[in-house]
Design a protein around this ligand. Structure first.
Ligand code: FES
Ligand SMILES: [Fe+2]
Length: 321
């Protein structure tokens, strides 16, 4: 049986999503992707620029992500060799005189930097109106190369987002005492600042300080001062309505000209990652409450929910994210 494709999936927040790590899309690579309950093809043109298109060929519906090949900056369908440029327009039908004007695929704005391939999904077809900033530490030799992890989990984006406002879970889930906690909303960004106390890997108490900024609804960059200074990427992208892919990246500051033993780096990277994944066991089994019963010490949960809703402009009638 063939595949089904919904033209308009469920409501998704408009913004930049991390659709692949750069390292996973090799030179002129082609990758099928499934996000938001829909199929896409991600490929890297010969110029090195990645492109993201809807997956199914407008001709007879082959999936470009399975057997599609790259020529220049276009991708060629494995079935009858129609080619499509990175803007989705059909550029060539090798056996036809004329290209039908409608021959094209939806193309999504793509950016690549800091080891991330980001794509803009919009409910109403809006163009990108903010950027995910470049992580400058990654081009500084005092910092270790970024380590990457990903995990597929059965939850929805709102649960992941809510984590930044949920003051009371830090002690219980992460064994961190927070002395100072603040969430600031600045347009498309939600900035969480914390000062607290945790433990190093020898279980000695040490101060912990972090600034974790969501740049839009799905990509968070964190600067963390713990046993080492660290920079973290944390992003999620929905696969289906009730399943998402969580991606996590971490780099630590070893120091100028310092080579830390690999085991030390690995242990701190793992600890940072595992701290984040501690939430997963809760998320996978919980219920989303639209009207939770809160107490005033719970943190700015309503404020963050309101911010997240701002990424849901009214959908255009036939818009796909
Ligand atoms: S299905 Fe793609 S070229 Fe025919
Ligand atoms: Fe958490």
């Amino acid at each position: 049986m063939g595949r089904k494709q919904s033209s308009s999936p469920w409501n998704a927040a408009t913004g930049w999503y991390l659709v692949s790590w750069s390292k996973d899309l090799a030179g002129s690579g082609v990758m099928p992707l499934r996000y938001f309950g829909r199929e896409y093809v991600l490929y890297r043109g010969e110029s090195g620029t990645p492109a993201l298109l809807d997956a199914f060929c407008p001709h007879l519906g082959a999936h470009l992500g399975y057997g599609g090949t790259v020529h220049g900056d276009a991708i060629t369908c494995p079935f009858h060799a129609w080619s499509f440029g990175s803007n989705g327009r059909c550029t060539r039908i090798p056996y036809a005189e004329r290209i039908p004007p409608k021959a094209g695929l939806r193309a999504y704005p793509v950016q690549e930097h800091s080891g991330m391939i980001l794509a803009w999904f919009s409910r109403n077809g809006s163009e990108p109106h903010y950027d995910v900033p470049v992580i400058n530490e990654l081009s500084d030799s005092a910092w270790t190369p970024m380590e990457f992890a990903e995990i597929e989990i059965a939850t929805e984006p709102r649960e992941v987002i809510e984590n930044i406002a949920d003051f009371a879970h830090f002690k219980v889930v992460h064994n961190t005492v927070i002395d100072d906690f603040k969430v600031t909303i600045d347009g498309p960004r939600a900035i969480q600042q914390t000062v607290g106390r945790g433990a190093n890997l020898k279980n000695e108490p040490i101060p912990v300080r972090s600034t974790a900024t969501y740049h839009g609804p799905a990509v968070q960059l964190t600067r963390l001062a713990w046993a080492y200074d660290m920079v973290l990427i944390n992003s999620h992208v929905p696969i289906e309505e009730d399943r998402l892919l969580l991606r996590f990246g971490v780099s630590l500051r070893a120091g100028e000209g310092v080579t830390l033993p690999k085991a030390v780096v690995d242990a701190h990277v793992a600890a940072a990652r595992d701290g984040y994944f501690e939430d997963v066991a809760i998320w996978e089994n919980k219920l989303w409450r639209d009207t939770p019963l809160l107490v005033k010490e719970d943190g700015p949960i309503w404020k963050v929910r309101k911010w997240y809703r701002s990424f849901y402009p009214p959908a255009a009638p036939s818009a796909a994210p």
